[in-house]
Design a protein around this ligand. Structure first.
Ligand SMILES: [Fe+2]
Ligand SMILES: [Fe+2]
Length: 200
């Protein structure tokens, strides 16, 4: 079984099968959006370190992830250059914006970190699932290998965010928050129609 199976990741809904067909027809667009996803993943980790400098396990765990996500950005950038494409501009991130709009209201301050970690884990899990689809369905073998590497890396990050949450919160509370975010993500996916120029 692949590390990106929804049963492992726990995602409620599989990606609409039309997405990978659309994506494969607009690889340049996907590479641009993917590059910015990696950049946002790096900046999100930096931002968590800035907000929680007193949480040493978190700082220690996320510092190398910043380097790794930045390395992912550079890998995508190298692919873009190799193909003679432009990086292009960052697009509006409807998926993340909708997730944030559905953020439960009135979260007590001590639980804010839990929800931030759950959102990070969720984005990693969904990215991992989409990278799997690309790694299995793109026509070019090089690109299938390229996306397989991202799939494996993001599966590890998904786990890392859940593990970090369990360091700071009781397991039962983490499980409940994760279920809540899985429900929210399923609602968000139902709102969004699949687009070949977006990773999500
Ligand atoms: Fe990444
Ligand atoms: Fe990641």
């Amino acid at each position: 079984m692949s590390t990106a199976d929804n049963s492992i990741l726990g995602l409620r809904l599989p990606t609409d099968p039309r997405w990978v067909d659309l994506a494969s027809l607009s690889l340049q667009e996907i590479l641009t959006d993917h590059a910015f996803c990696e950049l946002k993943a790096a900046t999100q980790c930096i931002s968590l370190v800035q907000i929680y400098p007193d949480k040493m396990e978190l700082v220690s765990a996320l510092s190398p992830i910043v380097t790794e996500e930045w390395g992912h950005f550079r890998m995508v950038l190298a692919e873009i250059k190799k193909r003679g494409y432009e990086l292009g501009r960052q697009r509006k991130d409807d998926y993340v914006n909708l997730l944030l709009q559905h953020h439960p209201k009135a979260v007590p301050v001590p639980d804010k970190l839990l929800h931030k970690l759950m959102i990070c884990a969720l984005i990693e899990a969904r990215s991992c699932e989409r990278f799997r689809l690309l790694s299995e369905n793109l026509e070019e073998e090089d690109m299938r290998t390229f996306y397989h590497r991202f799939m494996v890396a993001e599966a590890g990050h998904y786990r890392l965010f859940v593990d970090l949450a369990e360091q700071y919160y009781p397991v039962e509370q983490v499980r409940a928050a994760w279920q809540q975010w899985l429900d929210i993500e399923a609602q968000v996916l139902n709102i969004l129609s699949p687009r070949g120029d977006r990773m999500h």
